[in-house]
Design a protein around this ligand. Structure first.
Ligand code: C2E
Ligand code: CA
Ligand code: CA
Length: 748
């Protein structure tokens, strides 16, 4: 701040002033500057000015009045005016008759009254003049930095006098120096006020220099970051980085500050204790003469807002009672499931669940119990489904489950069945034991609908059918699916029982060496004697067994039976290679090699008398696991054959890599040898190829002598079919062999 007001300097050498007067003015200035330099407080400086002025003008008192907020003049400093006089110098409203000071403010210029008793400008203050013997009064406006009038500086004389140049000068000096002191005091006040604002702001504030070195931080900064002001001063703001933002993020921030002088956004920072938190940060560049001198940053912690926001978002997509995704999300999951299933050319399913007696429970036990039950239902479902299937709540007591990538239609039915079973267990709510069953409707994509809405509608209507059919059950939307599902379910449960209660048995179909007509082997074929349905063909239950995984225990049982029988024939001196069919599922799920080894050992069977029939699909899937299993089986000494050869993708490439002993030419070619000439060619080619690879060949479905003759002529090794024998119970086969001395047909 320029402490030497212009009023002081130019007229120092005023021609109207005598040399001694000029000396005195110089002296006055030095005294005042000394007071200011001593940093006396502003009141003391103003008092000092008044006293110095009084020294220069005998028989006079100096006074300073300031305008208040109501624009009334109030006495501020007047060291020589007695208290009674001072008391009367208040609430003076500026005006044309309001004395010298009132006029100085009113006119905005210096006012010199030489005779207060007669001057009209003193009309309103005449009694004051009389009471205190004031004769002359000179007053000058005190102006602030913006030239606005702050008040007046006056010299009042007890003698009538006209001001000379010197008097005007000292009045002017007094007013301007007091203006400066007052202005400075205001600025200090503002600064300290700003300091208080800075310190008490609950936004963290950080001030840096142009090189981003930290100059000041406030208390909120320390509270938020855990760093005290002393710890961060001189450091750079990167002290707070969380490492969550990349270089580009900060480059972008700096560019914006350089170009626009401003940046704001969300930043993840790290507190002193290591905790990472989100804050809202705004940085402003402060420029002076076009150059950035400082940056000031304001920031506040938004972790709570973020948590609230996340909660709000959660609430818009979730049902607050059960915390399950709501209908909106279910629809979203459904469309995602449809897209992903379509891409894999699979189906998707929607299960629509509705509690059976919820309304009654709600009405009789009250809504609070109803709510608790819904929560318990949601928990039970969540537990059952785990992470695998998304679950949502559609409406009061309606839930939905979305299944994507459905391979087997048994999958949704089985899940529905599992849920229904799980709900037979009672819920215990507020001391009540409640059984709450549910009805489930199932709709399939794309069969029943190609969009979410129609699937929801169809699943809903299927659910209504489940209710109509007595509740506590599930229904598909499509009737044919319902029939299949019912039949499958019956088979599945029946099969479990069949295994446990010995309703399964094996038949053996002979395999004949074509050249000699000798029976050298037999294929073990499983049969099911159902107590109500009678005999069920394997074609009708093997698929169900595979889908439900029951094929693993079933296959194990067949293996055991077949080995036992083969061992019996071995002991009876009538050794036959017994062929056992294997399912791909056994390869994937069972510990096949171990159970084969165990069966051989247990029945003391020569491994060469056991043959395993594999399907081409097992081989084509040809994973390392399969290959490894085949090698290990081969190492046990058993024979491996490929069943139904020619019906699969018949990639011949795998044959040379696999330890296979025999190809079984599919019966569809053999049975139609004469009708379809192409099939004869296929059979011939398969036989030749097998020979060239050193693999034996067997033709299935030999139903007449012509087929046998054709095969013999084309060097096929073995035959199997009704012309030789139908599959027979073991004792019947033994008898047949004995009768024909091990040859089929016996006549040969
Ligand atoms: P497959 O392995 O191809 O078995 C041959 C099927 O052809 C048997 O039917 C057999 O009775 C029938 N067959 C035999 N010779 C002739 C003939 O000259 N003409 C006609 N038209 N058919 C003949 P089956 O016993 O009904 O078995 C059907 C399928 O069930 C089997 O086909 C096999 O894939 C499966 N299977 C049977 N037993 C088992 C088993 O224990 N485990 C596994 N995984 N699958 C089995
Ligand atoms: Ca077979
Ligand atoms: Ca076959």
């Amino acid at each position: 701040m320029n402490l030497i007001p212009q009023a002081l300097t130019p007229s120092l050498y005023d021609e109207d002033l005598s040399e001694s007067e000029q000396q005195e003015i110089l002296h006055l200035q030095q005294e005042i500057l000394a007071a200011v330099a001593q940093n006396l407080d502003h009141l003391a400086v103003i008092r000092q000015v008044c006293l110095l002025e009084e020294q220069l003008l005998p028989d006079a008192v100096a006074s300073v009045m300031l305008l208040d907020e109501q624009k009334l003049l109030q006495l501020y400093v007047a060291p020589s005016i007695p208290a009674e006089g001072a008391a009367r110098l208040s609430n003076l409203r500026p005006g044309p008759h309001a004395g010298s000071c009132g006029n100085a403010v009113y006119r905005g210029e210096a006012v010199f009254v030489s005779n207060t008793r007669s001057d009209p400008r003193w009309q309103e203050l005449r009694p004051l003049a009389l009471d205190f013997g004031l004769m002359a009064c000179w007053s000058m406006p005190i102006r602030g930095a913006g030239q606005q009038i702050l008040g007046t500086f006056a010299l009042s004389s007890f003698v009538g006098r006209e001001p000379n140049a010197f008097h005007r000068k000292i009045l002017e000096i007094g007013a301007s120096i007091i203006g400066i002191v007052l202005e400075r005091q205001r600025q200090e006040q503002t600064l300290s006020l700003l300091g208080k604002v800075f310190e008490s702001s609950n936004q963290a504030i950080m001030l840096t220099d142009s090189q981003a070195g930290i100059l000041e931080v406030n208390r909120a900064f320390s509270d938020m970051t855990g760093y005290s002001a002393a710890e961060v001063k001189g450091q750079r703001p990167s002290l707070l980085s969380s490492g969550r933002h990349d270089r580009a993020f900060y480059q972008n921030m700096w560019r914006s500050l350089q170009e626009r002088g401003y940046w704001q956004g969300e930043v993840w920072n790290r507190r002193k204790n290591g905790e990472v938190y989100p804050e809202w940060l705004s940085i402003t560049a402060i420029r002076e003469a076009g150059q950035i001198t400082n940056y000031v940053s304001f920031f506040f912690d938004i972790s709570e807002q973020k948590a609230t926001q996340a909660r709000l978002e959660f609430l818009t997509c979730h049902d607050p009672l059960t915390e399950l995704p709501n209908r909106l999300i279910v629809q979203e999951q459904l469309s995602q499931a449809m897209v992903s299933s379509a891409r894999r050319q699979l189906q998707a399913a929607l299960l629509y669940l509705d509690l059976d007696e919820f309304r009654t429970i709600n009405a009789s036990l009250g809504q609070a119990v109803g709510d608790q039950l819904l929560r318990a239902v949601a928990d039970r479902l969540r537990q059952l489904l785990g992470e695998q299937y998304p679950l949502g709540r559609l409406d009061s007591d309606e839930f939905a489950i979305v299944l994507a990538g459905v391979e087997e239609l048994d999958q949704p039915a089985e899940l529905a069945e599992q849920i229904i079973q799980a709900f037979l267990k009672p819920f215990v709510i507020a001391g009540h034991e409640l059984i709450c069953t549910l009805s489930i409707g199932i709709a399939l994509y794309p069969e029943d609908g190609e969009d979410g809405d129609s699937l929801l509608k169809k699943a809903d209507s299927a659910m209504s059918h489940a209710k109509q059919d007595g509740r506590n059950t599930f229904r598909f939307y499509s009737e044919s699916m319902n029939r299949d599902a019912a039949a499958h379910l019956q088979l599945r449960t029946g099969l479990r029982r069949a295994l446990a209660q010995g309703e399964l048995f094996l038949e053996y179909q002979p395999q004949v060496e074509l050249v000699s007509g000798r029976v050298i082997g037999a294929e073990a074929l499983v049969r099911w004697q159902h107590p109500q349905l009678g005999r069920i063909a394997p074609a009708d239950f093997i698929g169900v067994a595979e889908q439900s995984g029951l094929i693993v225990p079933l296959g194990e049982w067949v293996l055991q039976q077949a080995c036992a029988q083969a061992a019996a024939w071995q002991r009876a001196g009538q050794p036959l290679v017994v062929a056992v069919n294997l399912s791909g599922v056994q390869f994937k799920r069972g510990d096949l090699v171990d159970s084969v080894a165990a069966a051989l050992l247990e029945h003391e069977l020569d491994p060469a008398l056991l043959e395993l029939e594999l399907t081409e699909t097992i081989l084509i899937e040809g994973t390392e696991h399969v290959l490894d299993n085949l090698q290990r089986l081969k190492a046990l000494g058993v024979q491996l054959s490929i069943d139904d050869f020619g019906t699969g993708y018949s990639s011949l490439a795998y044959l040379s890599r696999l330890p296979v002993d025999k190809l079984k030419i599919d019966q569809s070619f053999v049975r139609s040898l004469r009708q379809v000439p192409a099939n004869a060619t296929i059979v011939r080619m398969v036989v030749q190829m097998a020979r060239s690879l050193g693999i034996r060949s067997i033709a299935e479905g030999v139903e007449d002598a012509q087929a046998r003759d054709f095969l013999l002529a084309n060097q096929c090794d073995e035959g199997q079919g009704y012309w030789f024998s139908r599959p027979l119970a073991a004792p019947a086969l033994s008898a047949l062999l004995q009768a024909g001395a091990g040859h089929l047909p016996p006549s040969v």
